[in-house]
Design a protein around this ligand. Sequence first.
Ligand SMILES: C[S@@+](CC[C@H](N)C(=O)[O-])C[C@H]1O[C@@H](n2cnc3c(N)ncnc32)[C@H](O)[C@@H]1O
Length: 215
Amino acid sequence: MGDVAQDEVRFYSNAEDYWKEVPPTVDGMLGGYGSISSIDINGSKAFLRKFLGEGEGKTGTGCALDCGAGIGRITKHLLLPLFKTVDLVDVTQEFLDKARNYLGGEGKRVGNYFCSGLQDFVPESGRYDVIWIQWVIGHLTDEHLVEFLQRCQKALQPNGLIIIKDNVSYEGVVPDESDPSEKTTCPEKRCEDSREEAKSSAHELFTRCAGHPSS
Ligand SMILES: C[S@@+](CC[C@H](N)C(=O)[O-])C[C@H]1O[C@@H](n2cnc3c(N)ncnc32)[C@H](O)[C@@H]1O
C-alpha cells in the first residue's frame, strides 16, 4: 500500500477510534458545547422551513437523511418534527444504539439506522427530500466528499435539497489536535480550519448544494 493510501486508512481509523471514546450525549456530539444545541436547531429550523411545502419548486416533507447523525440530536429536534420518515447514517454503532432510546416515541418514524462511513455509503436512489450533513464533512477527504455529494444528488427527490452545515473560519486558526477532523496531517492537508475557533466566532455556513431550482 502506498503512503497516501496508508495515510487515508489511518485518517479514517483515527476518527473511528476517537468517536468510540466520546460519550453518547449531546455534549459529546458537540465537543463540550451542548449548550448551543437549541440555538443551532432553531436556526436550522428557520432556514429549512423556507424551502418546505407543497407547490411549484417546494421541497417535500416525506423523507430526510441525517448524515453523521451521532445519537440523533438533529433527527430528534429538527428532522422528525418536519419529515414523515428520517434515516440516520453514522460510522459509530454505539451512537446509533443510543439513538434508539434518545429519540423516544417519535423514533418509530425512523426508517433506517445505517452504520457506515459516509465515504462508503450509497444512499438509495430518489429516496430523500432533504439530506442534512452537519459537523461531519471534516472527516472525509476532499475526493470522498465530492463523490459522496454526487451520490447524494442521485438520492434526491425532485426539488430535493442537500444541506451542509459546518463551521468556517476566516482567520486565526487554532486546531483542536485531539479531534482527528481538525488535524493538519490528514491525507490532503486540507483540515486547516479549526472547529474551536469557528465555534467561538460562531460562524456557520449553510450551503445549498443541489436540487433546488433557485440554488
Ligand atoms: C461532531 S459529531 C456531530 C453529530 C451530529 N451531526 C450533530 O450535529 O449532533 C460528528 C459525528 O460524525 C460521525 N462520523 C465521524 N466520521 C464519520 C464518517 N467518516 N462517516 C460517518 N460518520 C462519521 C461521528 O461518529 C459523530 O457522530
